[in-house]
Design a protein around this ligand. Sequence first.
Ligand code: CO
Ligand code: ZN
Length: 336
Amino acid sequence: MKSLIEKLVTISSPSGREHAIREVIAGEIKPYVDEMKIDPLGNLVALKKGKSGRKLLFDGHMDEIGVVVTHVDSKGFLRVDSIGGLSPYMLLGSRLVFDTGASGVVDVEGETIKDLKETMKSLDYDHIFVDIGATDKEDAEKKAPVGTFGTYDSTFVDLGKRLVSKSMDDRIACAIMIQVLKELEKPEDDVYFVFAVQEEVGIVGASVAAFDIMPDMAVAIDVTAGPDTPKSFKRMGFNLGGGPTIKIKDRGSISSSRVVSRLKEVAEKRDIPTQYEVLIFGGTDASGYQMTGRGIASGTVSIPCRYVHSPHEMVDYDDVLNAVRLLKALAEEGVE
Ligand code: CO
Ligand code: ZN
């Protein structure tokens, strides 16, 4: 499964520009689904038919955080704004790739060390610029005009049990869902797989994706914090490698207790390690499903992930494999 993960995280597809990743995912799942469509917002929705008449929905967002060019100055330096929660501190020193193919490096304004210290205290996008190697304004506008989207440009690293790359959020969920589709032979319920757009800018795709499906249960799959690094969040107790987490709540939604207990039941029955997760910030596509139509019982299965929204997000491979087992088990056992 590692090569599938590498293939997905390597693609640059920020929110609102998901065509590249959608094409790759569609190609991967096509042989394994009964139906597949792209909705008007760009969500890729696939169906694997079951026998119970009930409907289960899995969601992973295929977009990633990024930047958009807002201005090109007279010397050819770019100014950018964030697409989703991309901290300017994370951008410093990183390399970017733009959807025109241009590459750039990020630096901060400031003439003296004193300037820099002052700017770094509360760094914002006003003080950051991107250098794409342009010789002047005209050259820069050819390579990356205003409105060009970009993402981190970083490579996938296999550390054995731990994997590192940009956009594990949320390509790791896309990989998990693709793997479930490949392995799933006889689901109990009709299982809908939604590869959603624009999660990072406000749960946009998920908020409409279920409208014409209206499933009996929706499970979002996303990364969550890896709160087990030095002096990290003391109020959260889950770990990398402890198993996928069953989310109790985050800032965006409280998981339906029916979803939590069904996931726990299935995990215990199949002997799959899981952890409970109470995230004291953040949100997932689950909040979009909850409020779709007449309301949908929704929850989240998460993959603990360190350094979320950095160019180097780290997950544990066993957590990934156990998430595949858990979702496959739920699809086989049914929503009940
Ligand atoms: Co995210
Ligand atoms: Zn995410």
